[in-house]
Structure formats: structure tokens, C-alpha cells
Ligand binder design. Structure first.
Ligand code: GDP
Ligand code: MG
Length: 440
């Protein structure tokens, strides 16, 4: 991946005082290969390499930076620029209801994203949201959105039997006006491939609803195909932005890097988990860091604030900063937070590559989260603060209390020690030191 290739780049450039066309050639070849592997569209790669070259050549390597690091810095900046630089906010500045039209192929995640967006708008922007389904073709599609409405607490517009998409849209708009909805999210039908009937239908809906946002929903795992579909949609519909879904899957980042370049429209939201809280505003800088393997640490913090009791999170942060010892209560809280954040899978994705590897070695999976909490619950407060007092008899008592074996208690204590080590390293030398120690 890009991270590995770039560490190679850092080595080849050791000892150079200035970046020149010759000494960065090898490095740029690595970058090009990495982008190809990430499934980035070819024209995008060409332009990207040209820009990095232009910015890098002649640059003096300042201060404590190595030339390789300087080049990686340029690559990082250009990756951010490629995704639009700034975060692109959702636009709701219109006479209510602000209509958001969701477009895209079948399975892209339109319906799910409609529900998630409703939740996000209600929670983060305090909006009154109406969910409307114009997908009359798949029998379960309307019920799917209705269920999401119930789960999020958004209002759902009831569709009458036999109503056509245009009739539904017009009636819903009327309803939203009369009931003072701030936002109306309109889910639409998708096909397996782009076809004229679908494009005609959504164009008609667009003309009728005059949405302030027409969001193209696309599955990140589709790579180059995603980009081609985005291009076709952007030519047929006045899109205002993109929702890139399933970034939690094994997407290689190519779609995220190519979409803006190909469609001219920024990614406004990213789908990062199947559950309803799994939608986030898209941050080009964080995505760039993630592609470079630095991990989305900021995103993790933001998600933690959303998913867990903020006070608890702050307590933990303070404790970590003050360098106080990390005890089993903190360990248990981490497990609770993990569950709130969508389990290990969602969490791993956000960690820097090396740290995530280390966490994998600790072998925690979602099933053991509940058991772990059970074991810790069976300990006395004193034992949680000082796990070193746990000798055989105490362990037997705890195992019996939690309905597990002593081996399981031991395993948990070993995991706790690993986590404690990681926390100590984070306290002492920060990220860099920890990552270095893990490589070695
Ligand atoms: P639609 O046909 O475009 O409406 O697609 P759906 O909203 O029905 O989503 C298709 C499938 O993708 C469903 O199983 C969703 O749960 C799943 N999905 C959508 N967005 C995400 C995401 O961001 N992450 C994950 N893991 N799954 C998603
Ligand atoms: Mg759908």
C-alpha cells in the first residue's frame, strides 16, 4: 500500500539536501504504483504526479525533516487538495423545507444513507426531518425507509398504494410545508446499471422538487466503476455532492481520490459503518492521512464523542494526559466505548495501520466484549485498581462469579497488560515513539 511504498521512498531520499527532479524520480514512481494499486483513475494519477513534482522540485529540506519526509509532506498536501481541500458542508440555506434528493445505483446505500442523514441532521443540526421514499419498484424499499424513520425518530411520509414517484414527491412537498419540516430527504429507486428510464425519472423528480442538495450515493468498494457511474450521473443531473458509502469495507481509497476530479463535486459525507450512526462529514485531510497510513485519529476522537458518554471520554483523556496509571476500570470503559462505536471492526479501521496490527494481536473480537465486562464486573473496586493483587483464590472467585474459567480470567489480565503497555507508550513518547517501537 501507499504507506509501505512511501517508507521505501523515505529511505531512497536519505541524505539529500534538496529535492531535485532526479532524486525524486524513483519516489514518484512508487507513488504512482501505490495510486494504481489503490484503484485511482489514470488521468487523476497523471495530474497528481505532475503537481507533486512541480511543488517538490527545488524545495529545500528544512529543519529536522528528512528529504523523504518532505516529499511525503507534499504528497499529503496534494492528496488533500485532490479531495477538495476543505470539508464541504451540506447546504440547507433555502426556504424550508430544504429538499435533499438521493441518487445512485441499486445497493449503493441510498436508503441507508437517507436514514443516517436524517439522524445526523436531527442530532447535529437540530432539524425537523421528513423521510420520503419514491422507490415504488422494490416491494420492501418503502418499508425499509419507514423502519429507518422509526429507528431515528424522523417523520415518515406515508405513501398511498398506486402512487407514482412524481405524485409522491409533490404530495410530500406539500405535507412538509404544512407541517413545517426543515428538511425533506427523498430516497429514490436505483437500477443495477444506469438506464434511460431511471435517469428520466430522477430528472423529473429533480425538476419538480428543486432540491438544494442532490447527493450522488456511491459505494466506495466499486473503485473505478464508482467513478464512471459518478461521471454519468453528474452529466445527467445537477449534482451538488457525493455520499461515499462503505468506506469501512476493504475500499482502497481510489474512489475517494477520483470522484471530485471526475465529477467536479465534493464528497460531503462518508458511510463508515452499517449502523445508523455510521455517517460522517467527509474530511479530506483525515482521508489523506488515512490513505497514507497515519490513521484517522481525529475521526476516532470525534466518533468517540458521539458514540460514548462524553464525560467518560473526557475523564479517560485527562487520565491519559496526566500519565496516571491505567487500571481495569479504564480497560472496561474502553470495551464499552468500543461497543458504542460499532465494535472492533469500526474501531480497527480508524487506527493507524501499525497500531491496528498490534490491537489485532491482542485478539479482541466483539463476542468477547460482553464476557470481558462480566469478568471485570465480578471484581472488587480494589482489584480493579490494583490487578496485581489478583492471586489464585481471587481469580477462582471472580471466575465463578462471572461464570467463566480461570483461564479466561488470566487471558483477560494478559490483554489488560498489553493495553496498559500501549497506554504507557502513548503517554510517554506520543504516537511516533509507539509506532517505532511496534515496527522494531
Ligand atoms: P440502496 O439500494 O441504494 O437504497 O442501498 P441500501 O441503502 O439498501 O444499502 C445496501 C446495503 O449496503 C445494505 O445492506 C446496507 O446496510 C449497506 N450499507 C450502506 N451503507 C453502508 C456503509 O457505509 N457501510 C456498510 N458496512 N454497509 C453499508
Ligand atoms: Mg433503496
Amino acid at each position: 500500500n501507499l504507506t509501505n511504498r512511501l517508507s521505501g521512498v523515505i529511505k531512497t531520499l536519505r541524505g539529500e539536501a534538496r529535492l531535485t527532479e532526479t532524486n525524486i524520480q524513483e519516489a514518484l514512481r512508487e507513488v504512482r504504483m501505490a495510486l494504481l494499486e489503490a484503484d485511482v483513475a489514470l488521468p487523476v494519477i497523471k495530474e497528481f504526479i505532475a503537481r507533486v513534482k512541480e511543488k517538490a522540485v527545488g524545495q529545500e529540506v528544512i529543519g529536522s525533516l528528512t528529504p523523504g519526509q518532505a516529499l511525503v509532506g507534499v504528497v499529503h498536501q496534494e492528496l488533500i487538495a485532490l479531495m477538495g481541500g476543505q470539508k464541504a458542508d451540506i447546504n440547507l440555506a433555502t426556504v424550508p423545507p430544504a429538499v435533499i434528493l438521493m441518487a445512485g445505483l441499486q445497493g449503493a446505500g441510498k436508503t441507508t444513507s437517507s436514514g443516517k442523514l436524517a439522524k445526523w441532521l436531527m442530532e447535529q443540526k437540530k432539524k425537523k426531518v421528513l423521510l420520503v421514499s419514491c422507490d415504488i419498484y422494490r416491494p420492501a424499499a418503502i418499508q425499509q425507509l419507514e423502519l429507518l424513520a422509526r429507528q431515528t425518530g424522523a417523520e415518515f411520509f406515508p405513501v398511498q398504494a398506486g402512487q407514482q414517484p412524481k405524485e409522491i414527491a409533490a404530495a410530500a412537498l406539500n405535507f412538509a410545508r404544512r407541517h413545517f419540516h426543515d428538511v425533506m430527504i427523498v430516497d429514490t429507486a436505483g437500477r443495477l446499471a444506469i438506464d434511460e428510464a431511471m435517469m428520466a425519472e430522477i430528472s423529473e423528480l429533480e425538476a419538480l422538487l428543486k432540491p438544494i442538495e442532490t447527493l450522488f450515493v456511491v459505494d466506495a468498494m466499486q473503485g473505478q466503476d464508482a467513478v464512471n457511474t459518478a461521471k454519468a450521473f453528474s452529466e445527467a443531473l445537477p449534482l451538488t455532492g457525493v455520499v461515499l458509502t462503505k468506506l469501512d469495507g476493504d475500499a482502497r481509497g481510489g474512489a475517494a481520490l477520483s470522484v471530485l476530479h471526475v465529477t467536479g463535486k465534493p464528497i460531503k459525507f462518508a458511510g463508515v459503518a452499517e449502523k445508523l450512526t455510521g455517517l460522517e462529514p467527509f474530511h479530506p485531510d483525515r482521508m489523506a492521512s488515512r490513505i497514507l497510513g497515519m490513521g484517522d485519529v481525529l475521526g476516532l476522537i470525534e466518533e468517540a464523542q458521539r458514540g460514548v458518554d462524553q464525560q467518560e471520554a473526557e475523564k479517560l483523556a485527562k487520565k491519559m494526559k496526566s500519565g496516571k496509571s491505567f487500571d481495569l476500570n479504564d480497560f472496561k470503559m474502553q470495551f464499552e466505548q468500543m461497543r458504542n462505536m460499532g465494535g472492533m471492526g469500526a474501531l480497527m479501521d480508524k487506527l493507524p495501520a501499525q497500531l491496528s496490527q498490534a490491537a489485532q494481536n491482542v485478539k479482541v473480537d466483539d463476542k468477547v466484549i460482553g464476557r470481558t465486562e462480566g469478568i471485570i464486573n465480578s471484581m472488587t473496586p480494589q482489584e480493579r485498581l490494583k490487578p496485581e493483587i489478583l492471586k489464585a483464590s481471587r481469580k477462582r472467585r471472580i471466575a465463578a462469579g462471572a461464570g467463566v474459567t480461570v483461564q479466561e480470567v488470566n487471558r483477560l489480565l494478559a490483554q489488560f497488560e498489553q493495553a496498559q503497555k500501549m497506554m504507557k507508550m502513548m503517554n510517554k513518547g506520543g504516537m511516533t515513539k509507539m509506532l517505532r517501537s511496534m515496527k522494531g
